[in-house]
Design a protein around this ligand. Sequence first.
Ligand code: MRU
Length: 351
Amino acid sequence: MTHSSLRTVEWKDSKVIMIDQTKLPNELVYVEFSDYNQIANAIRKLVVRGAPAIGVSGAFGIALAALHSTATTKEDLIKDLEKAKKILFETRPTAINLGWGLERIMKIANEGKDVSKIKDSVINFSKQMAEEDIQTNMTMGRFGSELFQDQDRIMTHCNAGALATVAYGTALGVIRATKDSGKNIKVIATETRPVQQGSRLTTFELKHDGIDVDLIPDTAVGYVMVKGLVNKVIVGADRILSTGHVFNKIGTYQIATMAKHHGIPFYVAAPLSSFDLKSKPEEVVIEQRKSNEVTTIKNIKTAPENIGVINPAFDMTPPELISGIITEVGIAKPPYGESIKVLFQKKSTNS
Ligand code: MRU
């Protein structure tokens, strides 16, 4: 199986190693962190990004906090970890995986008996979470690949690949698995505002792994659909509600609407860790990004001074535009209220 050769985030020799995604596609540089504040900063600055990747990075942040804590009692160690958790949690608001990763690792910490056991178990569990992410994505890829045929021309948006996870990818994991099943496919990637994850990252990693890709401006989605250059769409997700509402990179809603108009199936691939079964659509916080991402290109002004700017990082796609949601336990189809419940029942039976 084509396993992407890119490893986004890793625990090595008591440090966290990450690809610095802000330098891509021009340089493939790895950065090393030994303090959880550096991890928080890396999440804030999009050195690491993508819902599953920041979930695992958050857990690694807690592992670093545990490793370097000078606490001598369980109570003091948990206090140190809670402080780190708060700082890590507040870095980005929309992807649910960050909170999920932090809660999971804190549960392990709270179950530990003494300082040394807690430190060991937190570090080991964070490494296990990273390996689980790869396996989850590969399983999701195999399920999803059944929806794709030979000669499909598949549009994807943002980066939901190896670089958005630990190593394999959600939407691009499905594309990798489809290719590995012997089907000849082509990918069409949008450049993706706000910071061009599609052009900088998706095309970089697909080219790196020998997968055929064409890049299009975000504004060419309608054009390529009218021309028949795309017959399926697949994207990732930062958060999926129990109703099947999907929060993903800004522009996803437009693409889903356009796909519906053209009768093109629109799929979402995301692990169960990206589901938020409690929130209502209006309760989800959409990250708003700086105005200079829209008013400048490489520090050169492309808009006049003193104008208003609206620069949301994510939008919400309603369930009626979605043909299927691919997960590691199977594919949910409409009506999602029911099918998502079934996925979670399957998960609890499997574990
Ligand atoms: O702002 P980002 O780059 O963190 O946003 C990432 C996305 O929107 C991805 O499509 C999403 O996290 C799914 S990743 C597997």
